[in-house]
Write a protein that binds this ligand. Structure first.
Ligand code: CA
Length: 229
């Protein structure tokens, strides 16, 4: 369940906002001043912050900036004064949205839902770009350190995984055994670069249909290896 933090000193307004958001299935926390609101925003696992501008203690603008310094959570700023909203918008304090009071509670609910959906989209696409390499039938999840070939998981030792991920991160780049050895084993001149050949052989047994005709990791004779895109 998504958790919404309302920072609002006018009890009646906070109450209406809370009721509507709860009816829409959200968990709601209300804080009535800037300091306790900021603390809740930073310590609780909240998904959206609805932040009033005029607050006792820290004002909403300051609260917004401090949340933004620490956290990437959607912030909707609200004020009874349109001039305040215009001014704050102009300052670029990092808020994601602005609403002038009075607004209908259902509009607030709609905007909260929109920001949640947008935030999910942004974070899930970032996850894909950062953590998963997919080339043809191979999926390498660098976060979970798991490898799937045509949807089926294969198990890899630490170094086999590192070597495969390194090659796949740089598709079509030809590396010498020496370069691969340094990149993965991280020991300038100690050790034996034949280790690379042994590991490549093991990786191929796990990912290739026919190890005599590798489709993924190619041998470039006299040079080294490359991961074919
Ligand atoms: Ca206020």
């Amino acid at each position: 369940m998504s958790k919404i933090l309302i920072i609002e000193d006018e009890e009646a307004i906070a109450e209406v906002e809370k009721d509507y958001l709860e009816l829409s299935g959200f968990e709601v926390i209300v804080k009535e001043d800037g300091n306790s609101g900021l603390e809740a925003a930073l310590t609780e696992d909240v998904d959206v912050v609805v932040l009033d501008v005029m607050l006792p203690g820290l004002d909403g603008n300051e609260v917004c900036k401090r949340i933004r310094d620490e956290k990437n959570v959607p912030i909707i700023m609200v004020s009874a004064k349109k001039e305040d909203i215009d001014k704050i918008r102009g300052l670029g304090n990092g808020a994601d949205d602005y609403m002038t009071k009075p607004f209908s509670p259902s509009e607030l609910v709609a905007r909260v839902k929109a920001h949640l959906a947008q935030f999910d989209r942004l974070t899930s696409s970032a996850r894909l770009e950062n953590d998963i390499i997919e080339i043809r039938g191979i999926k390498i999840d660098r976060t979970a350190r798991r490898v799937f070939v045509d949807g089926e998981e294969r198990s890899f030792t630490t170094k086999e995984f590192d070597l495969l991920a390194f090659l796949a991160e740089h598709p079509n780049h030809v590396y010498t055994k020496d370069e691969l050895f340094k990149a993965i084993w991280d020991m300038e001149s100690i050790g034996d670069i034949a280790t690379v050949t042994v590991h490549i052989k093991k990786i191929r047994e796990k990912i290739e249909n026919d190890t005599s005709k590798p489709q993924y990791i190619e041998t470039i004779w006299g040079v080294g290896y490359r991961f074919k895109q």
